[in-house]
Design a binder for this molecule. Sequence first.
Ligand SMILES: [Zn+2]
Length: 295
Amino acid sequence: MCSYLMDSSPEKITAENIINQFNYAIEKYKEKINNLKDFSVKIFTSGSFLDDREVSKEARDYIFKKLSEFDNLKEIAIESRPEFIDEDKLNEIRKYIDINVEIGVGIESFNEEIREKAINKGITNEQIIRVIELAKNYNVGIKAYLLIKPLFITEKEAIEDAIYSANKCIELGCSRISFCPATVHKGSVMEYFWSKNQYRPPFLWSVVEILREVKENNPNALIMCDTSGIGSERGTHNLYGCKCNKLIKEKLEKFTLTQDLSILDIECECKNIWEAYIEVENKNIVPLGDERKLL
Ligand SMILES: [Zn+2]
């Protein structure tokens, strides 16, 4: 389902390139930052910030040192696969940074069969649990990225998987849950199945149900939802073109900011279609595609 390969540079990226990018961003916002009481920095590499092949130690040291010079910096968020999170890397961070640090990890699912066979992620539950425990020793939070509806599972299984996985991550001590409903990217295996109508991105009704269930079970946990691609044919949507798509997207954004469950009380006539789709799909041998092409 991933198309980052297509977005990445064919040329080698040097430490100097990354340091220049960082300095450019800091310079651009310097005046704004200096006028703030406090601020957060989120370093979005769409990869592993702690992987030496992606971001060298030299570049990381530079960035952490530079950030430590801001008195009003409140928190730093980075992303990494778990295999790059070890004692050395955590010590490296804590050498410069004593404020709140959170590492986003693509856990995707806590069902090992789904993570391995449907997502092809290449990491085990054991690795994930070890990293959550290790990060706790350094007072570093782990934000769990969870994928809603990978390939090869039904809508109902996707709902159950997301709820189970989030509950498990919270139980293990993840600092935050960030749901990523699947989007069909160009050149991916998911696109191949989608183009044959053997995959449908999740319904927004499923996303709403997942968020409601997880928040009800864990009122103190921070539950977020990525809303990119929502409403498009390749992204998460209810009945394509229905007016509720835009409305629910706004509500999901509002819920992420406020954590207020009452925002998720939403009704639309197309909810019947979602319910019928789940019922029909469960009588089928393989997952269904777009409901409009089934009629
Ligand atoms: Zn609708």
